[in-house]
Design a protein. Structure first.
Length: 46
């Protein structure tokens, strides 16, 4: 399926220089978050 193809062959994940929010979130450190505020990106901090 297309979903599996995008998940296993993500061009953004393979391209560190890609200009996108996803690439920025993966290659840039996340800012400190206030206590009690856990966004979706919090999963990557564990």
């Amino acid at each position: 399926m297309v979903t599996n193809t995008l998940r296993t062959h993500d061009p953004v994940a393979l391209d560190p220089g890609a200009r996108s929010p996803i690439a920025a979130a993966r290659h840039a450190p996340l800012p400190p978050l206030p206590d009690g505020d856990v966004p979706d990106l919090g999963i990557q901090r564990r």
